[in-house]
Design a protein around this ligand. Sequence first.
Ligand code: ADP
Ligand code: MG
Length: 673
Amino acid sequence: MSPPENKISPLAAPVTAVWGVGEERAKLLARLEIFTVEDLLLHKPRRYEDRRKFLPIRDLKLKEAATVRGKIIAAGVKRFKKGTRAMFECVFDDGTAHLHCRWWQAQPWMEDWFTVGREFLIFGKPDSLKPRNIDHPETELVEPGEDEFIHVNRIVPIHPLTDGLTARVMRTLVWRALEKFEAQITEPAIALDLKAYPAKANAVRMIHFPEELTDVEFARQRLALDEFVALQFQIQSRRKKFEALSKGLPCGGDNRLMKPFLTQLGFKLTAAQSNVLKEIRADMSGTHPMRRLLQGDVGSGKTAVAACSALMALESGFNVALMAPTEILAEQHFRNFTKWFEPLRVKVELQTGSRKTAGDKCHVTCDMNKPVALPVTRHPSPVTLFIGTHALFTASFELPKLGLVIIDEQHKFGVAQRETLVRKGNYPHLLVMTATPIPRTLGLTLYGDLDVSVIDEMPGGRGKIKTYVRAADKLPKVWEFIREKISAGRQAYIVYPRVEATDKDVKAVMKEFENVQRALTPFKVGLLHGRMKSTEKENVMTAFRTNEIKAVVATSLIEVGVDVANASVMLIENAEQFGLAQLHQLRGRIGRGAHESFCILISDALNEDVQSRLKILEATNDGFKIAEADLKLRGPGELLGQEQSGAMRLRFGDLTEDLNLIRQARELVARTL
Ligand code: ADP
Ligand code: MG
């Protein structure tokens, strides 16, 4: 994670190098992922207590969290009735008033610990003032000696803890680690602008033992900056290495296929699409392989851009691979691209787990590690566009003379997979397309090794999408509305979170299918979910596309890419089960034609968070705003999938907030490298 210079730091010593940490404690610390001295030093406090002046017990206020300090004057177990749970109660006195504290489940150790005469710090919210009472407070024993300067008379950290490790012990260990190792905390090799931030060793001390509470954020920023610098270092040096290693294949094209393609396309590219294509062409005729992320909201027309990019490589005599996240989407691309490319005499082949169009040809092995041979013949050899799911790459298919790899809807693939591809490839151009707008912070970190192009304009002639959040008791009206729309010639998607019902509160397609058929009589309804065979799925999609089926009942399987312009209504039940970005994706299936479209989100969740989340969708169609809101609400893990966020463990940096720090780190590293 950190630049190589830091490798042999004494801070990498096991945490047992700190006085007071033996095997037992090391085990407890390991539960908190603290293994080394450095881990301990960077164990971020979860909150702080100002113990310079204590609130007199007399001044406690109802429901306001505060810390007081008092001696025990009475303590004991109370049992209400025989056989019932026992409660433990203590009374503290600080000379101004008494404070009762209760633990509803007495533990055997309590009687030995909370003994009359001992002095404690007590933190919590009073739930009554007559008598003054706090249930389940956090407490900490005050002992003379070391305590007077570590645990009281200052602002103290409260660290994340685990059973068997008290706040006091943790704080003591951190204190000792600082005493012994502070001098070894060195500045990272990439010098930071120290005028603006404290030195690293200072920052580490300040994050645990700040002089003022305002120091904490200051110190956090410095430590976060270090993390972002390390991350940027990793990203940028990987990129540099990659550029030094690899030469770009000449895939700029000559418009020989592009011209006729654009003429038959049936629409004019938007200015945004054309601009992006210019960037792509510059990359593909440049000296390094392209590594580009194409970001465009749902429906912005990424497929046409993919087609044009593919043609550039194909014109140059190279083959192209287009990878889609689902079979349905691969099939849809196959159909479109066949229609577009066959007249241009480009072969289009489909390769999914369950279906392939190319017979034996594809059984030869593909080794992306081998350099791609440049075409030597003058007369144009036949070129091929391979379309498929990830089966295209995991299985050993021959993808000879590969000039360009396009990954569609990449959020379904995962950074790790992309990485393997990038590392394996020797080195085709790579175009990654995503409809999940990537918030800027992530764009600069997790996607920092890709150049970014944005399609920031929608093709004209689209109907608006209106979104409504409703409770389930409005369903009869909703069905009536959908029947009306179908009578008027439109089609609808009906989406449920599950395939099979496992939870009575969450609806599933299998169970609801009949109900929907009944609700939409006399119209024909199809069923679509991930456990169906590909041919069945394909049949349903074909019938829907040809308007034979008026509505499909589906899982979020249809979330990506599916393009049926006549579908203008979407009903999503149990909408609270989906993430915001996912709902936005789903909604992107409608509003693709000229008709006004309607998205109805049904949810009975009373939870305010859920309601405000869904309201965001009502309020905006801007995928970028939605993605940022989603990132704030659910954190990067949810948005990107476990695998992706796990790759980067940030203790101090916050991907939802620290755009400025990320930018600084990026510039700093760019200047140094
Ligand atoms: P996405 O970016 O979500 O993948 P698509 O590529 O599926 O979007 O495009 C959505 C729809 O818009 C398709 O039906 C496509 O044919 C159409 N489209 C794309 N570009 C244009 C354009 N410049 N003008 C009009 N329609 C377009
Ligand atoms: Mg698409």
